[in-house]
Write a protein that binds this ligand. Sequence first.
Ligand SMILES: *Cc1c(COP(=O)(O)O)cnc(C)c1O
Length: 432
Amino acid sequence: MVNTSIRTTKSQEIFAAAQKLMPGGVSSPVRAFKSVGGQPIVFDRVNGAYIWDVDGNKYIDYVGTWGPAICGHAHPEVISALHTALDKGTSFGAPCVLENILAEMVIDAVPSVEMVRFVNSGTEACMAVLRLMRAFTNREKVIKFEGCYHGHADMFLVKAGSGVATLGLPDSPGVPKATTASTLTAPFNDLEAVKDLFQQNPGEIAGIILEPIVGNAGFITPDAGFLEGLRELTHEYGALLVFDEVMTGFRIAYGGAQAKFGITPDLTTLGKVIGGGLPVGAYGGRREIMSMIAPAGPVYQAGTLSGNPLAMTAGIKTLELLSKPGTYEYLEQITKQLADGLLKICADTGHAACGGHISAMFGLFFTSGPVHNYEDAKKADTAKFGRFHRGMLEHGIYLAPSQFEAGFTSLAHTKEDIEQTLAAAQDVLSTL
Ligand SMILES: *Cc1c(COP(=O)(O)O)cnc(C)c1O
């Protein structure tokens, strides 16, 4: 049964009030639905693969709080572990054994990580890793890729593709030119462009940071040989390779994209899944590099709430659930069913589309593709995506409110949920 006309009166009231209280009515921009049009729905509660809005509508969720909910929202074992932890207090600001446990789990799972430092967000992890890259190499410049997102710190706010970006000018007012002058950009999947940057800036490039699978420009996978090529180039030029696995860590495989592709970077940033829905980030890598972090070494980085016992608990329980046999096989199976199904429906209904999936991450672009980089992604029909998004929402399916975001599945999504989603997509796409 599909529900084609939802009532969202309360959502609208609450969001109208929110807009007077907070910029854009939200605590983070994409939530405001600006790029798909219409009003965001206001959540009341989440459970498993589902969310309920304040008007009582239920949706199948493919955002999963932007990644953390890979075991399903409010997993009973995570919630129960949190209750137990809560009774011992909410913050210590001192060492606790939970940090050791999660650190060991991360080190065992992620090939590049020999030591880890916990922080409170992916943004913080990327800021810290950049400082560390520069300190270790004693070089200032860094290469990032167009369309990759590494949090909102000044030096990463360089959008590439446009002439502005090529000149290293900042994307946002308030970011000093000097801060982004050392941020060089290249198109994703373009090894030649990276090689040129190394040749034009001899002895000056500290390293490369990238999403090994891009999820913040839609879903874009690395071409065969791209990650290998970056590994070779960084070795050749004495620079560091950093995988930002804030999104892909423990999602693409238990060991992240680096385990999936068999390429080991020098440093890795993590977030989202490792916090199990609480605010956590982390960065880690080779012992020799990580030993430079204070107080072991001179590179300063700190945090009042870092290693928070509740966040560590949710992370530990989430990784425990993920480490059980068969989890990634299941995620692969249902995500394939969804991604293949969507592409087939697009073909049947005459909509140019391309996309795909790896493990519990998927994407669909309204362009015939192929999409190898952000320039290709920008050819997608965003107006059509907006109408698709609205139609799916009215059918009880909650997709990320932007063409340029990957979608996420979870262990809680069933075959029936996917079937219901595909039935909704069939309905919506045949009338678009
Ligand atoms: C989400 C994300 C970040 C930023 O993490 P926050 O916790 O939102 O600060 C950084 N890098 C990537 C790849 C991300 O997906």
